[in-house]
Design a protein around this ligand. Structure first.
Ligand code: HEC
Ligand code: HEC
Length: 288
């Protein structure tokens, strides 16, 4: 009887581990298509603004700023027009340093700061490998995007949490796990006080105020204050209200929130990851 019990236990453990084991490509798929929302910039859209699934990651939005005009390139494995000829190390360098490889067009020229490498710098080595493993599995699509034009030297604001870095020991705490997700999701890039192209992470973290252009180029949504302040921020919101805003794009009063936040990607976040994000947001020092 005891023996049967042990055999059963070992068998159950095996099944459990099998169900839990996630391949690097599966982990990368989850990161890229939820919290990191690469397709929000890198995938083409139809006239209604919906991502064109069969051309996913083949080149997306064009950003026209005083410092550069750059289109999010084709990051499918197409050899000629995508990143199929790049080594894993070259792709990783683009992600965490914002540097192009030393071959091809624009060899050695840094990527425009809109590519959030200052946040992706925080990626744990396993997650960085996982993102690359997933990118290798994407269907190659042939599509050449317009070359960038640079008008000023590239300037990336160091993001304090990414500079300090993360370790798995910090993940014992929901706030640590949430801080990591908020970092690799570059939430604070949009939600921090911003002036003349510089983010004030030191004294304006989470205060909001940055205005984004609407798809037609006119001024669109203003990034909200997401600090724990109970009047200007989200300190008085319930967890359910914050979760609904992040993952479903619904404001506290029920109206639909506008782009460019990647609500449709965040909708696929695991409930536990969304809960960790909320736990971290509750710790962001209040700002009016
Ligand atoms: C906020 C928009 C944005 C997000 C989010 C974003 N990117 Fe980018 N990315 C860009 C832009 C724009 C460029 C091109 C910059 C330039 O040409 O100087 C770029 C460049 C790149 C390059 C270099 C490709 C080449 O041909 O030069 C790679 C690789 C890349 N991104 C991968 C990713 C991955 C993977 C993710 C998600 C983990 C991601 N990006 C998220 C906007 C974004
Ligand atoms: C590309 C820019 C961008 C990114 C990245 C971004 N947001 Fe937002 N977010 C916005 C904008 C703009 C709004 C306001 C939309 C509106 O008012 O219609 C907003 C609204 C919100 C709101 C609703 C607040 C309110 O008062 O209505 C919350 C909560 C929020 N964001 C949290 C987050 C979190 C958490 C992340 C990262 C997982 C994130 N955002 C990433 C731009 C961004």
């Amino acid at each position: 009887m005891v023996r049967i019990g042990i055999v059963c236990c070992v068998w159950l453990l095996g099944v459990f581990n099998g169900a839990m084991a996630e391949t690097p490509a599966e982990r990368g798929d989850y990161l890229v298509n939820t919290i990191m929302a690469c397709g929000n910039c890198h995938s083409p859209r139809d006239a209604s603004g919906k991502t064109i699934a069969e051309k996913a990651f083949s080149g997306g939005l064009t950003f026209n700023t005083p410092a550069f005009v750059a289109t999010a390139p084709n990051i499918t494995p197409d050899i000629e027009t995508g990143i199929g000829s790049w080594s894993d190390a070259e792709i990783e360098r683009a992600l965490v340093e914002g540097m192009r490889p030393d071959h091809g067009d624009f060899a050695g020229v840094p990527l425009a700061a809109i590519m959030p490498a200052n946040f992706y710098k925080a990626l744990l080595p396993d997650d960085l490998d996982a993102v690359v493993a997933y990118l290798r599995t994407i269907k190659p699509v042939r599509n050449e995007v317009t070359a960038p034009v640079y008008k000023a030297p590239v300037h990336r604001d160091p993001y304090p949490a990414a500079e300090t870095g993360f370790s798995k020991t910090m993940f014992a705490d929901p706030v640590g796990r949430g801080a990591y997700l908020v970092t690799i999701g570059h939430c604070m890039e949009c939600h921090t006080a911003w002036s003349r192209g510089v983010s004030d992470f030191k004294t304006g973290l989470g205060r909001g105020g940055r205005v984004f252009p609407a798809p037609d180029g006119t001024p669109g949504a203003t990034a909200a204050n997401i600090t724990s302040d109970s009047t200007s921020g989200i300190g008085a919101w319930s967890d359910a209200e914050i979760g609904r805003a992040v993952a479903h794009g619904v404001a506290r009063d029920g109206h639909a929130l506008r782009p460019p936040m990647a609500y449709t990607y965040y909708a696929a976040l695991k409930p536990s990851d969304l809960a960790d994000i909320i736990a971290y947001l509750r710790t962001v020092p209040p700002l009016q």
